[in-house]
Design a protein. Structure first.
Ligand SMILES: C[S@@+](CC[C@H](N)C(=O)[O-])C[C@H]1O[C@@H](n2cnc3c(N)ncnc32)[C@H](O)[C@@H]1O
Length: 232
């Protein structure tokens, strides 16, 4: 039998994929690493099918390794005898807790069959929410900007974990970027906020991302001239 790593999408239950929904509905047990992913999963799974695991909120590597080893010891026998799921918001392979479980299972329980169901990641959902188009031929880099960090370099960046938007903003503006922010995009839980004013985001909320684009960026698309006022 199989352990399914299922991406739930950004938070709205109807953005779970059809495949993800079908597997959730037939899973014997569904493990969830957090409150938000649990509330999305509960749209498709009975409360008594939700499995209990302790997920550590620590950066201590030793504690993390131990906790994931214990979690894998609970999950592995269940996945040998039935179909179980482990859900994460967004996609299971993008900045996700699922990676800890996958690596631990591969190291200590390599006989467990594992299948991953991709989800709509915030990495792509942001474009629709913020009205951004990444044209064919353009590059887009994913970075982390926790605790006020301002990574720079690429022409266009999507920044996760923007926990101190005012500080991140200052660094990005200084480096010549235009920046827009999205908080709780496509999420049922909490209010969605889209803004280019970092003071509106002074209160810390983990589910905040930013899109930064170089101010002097030339958009090379045959139809871009129309938006710039060209009349060819
Ligand atoms: C640990 S990463 C998980 C990413 C997830 N696996 C995915 O593919 O979207 C968490 C970060 O993703 C971003 N994020 C995830 N979901 C979001 C949402 N619905 N709205 C805004 N940002 C989101 C935030 O920057 C957050 O700090």
């Amino acid at each position: 039998m199989t352990l399914y790593g299922i991406g739930l999408g950004p938070g709205e239950a109807d953005l779970v994929t059809v495949r993800g929904k079908q597997l959730l509905e037939r899973a014997d047990i569904v493990y969830s690493p957090g409150r938000l992913s649990r509330s999305v999963a509960l749209e498709y799974v009975d409360e008594d099918a939700i499995g209990d695991l302790d997920f550590p909120m620590t950066k201590d590597e030793e504690k993390l390794r131990r906790a994931w080893k214990e979690a894998a010891e609970v999950v592995a026998p269940k996945a040998r005898e039935g179909d179980v799921a482990f859900v994460t918001l967004g996609d299971p392979n993008v900045y996700s807790t699922f990676g800890h479980l996958r690596r631990t299972l591969e190291a200590f329980h390599s006989d467990v069959d594992l299948e991953i169901v991709p989800g709509v990641s915030a990495m792509t959902a942001f474009a629709t929410a913020l009205g951004v188009e990444i044209e064919a031929g353009a590059g887009l880099s994913l970075r982390e900007a926790a605790n006020g960090a301002s990574p720079t370099g690429p022409d266009r960046m999507i920044l996760f974990k923007v926990t101190d938007a005012p500080a991140t903003h200052e660094g990005l503006i200084e480096a010549g970027y235009d920046v827009r922010y999205g908080r709780r995009l496509f999420m049922e839980q909490g209010e969605t906020l889209i803004t280019d004013d970092p003071t509106e985001l002074a209160e810390r909320d983990y589910y905040t991302l930013a899109y930064a684009e170089r101010q002097d960026l030339e958009i090379e698309s045959p139809t871009a001239a129309f938006q710039r006022g060209g009349h060819q």
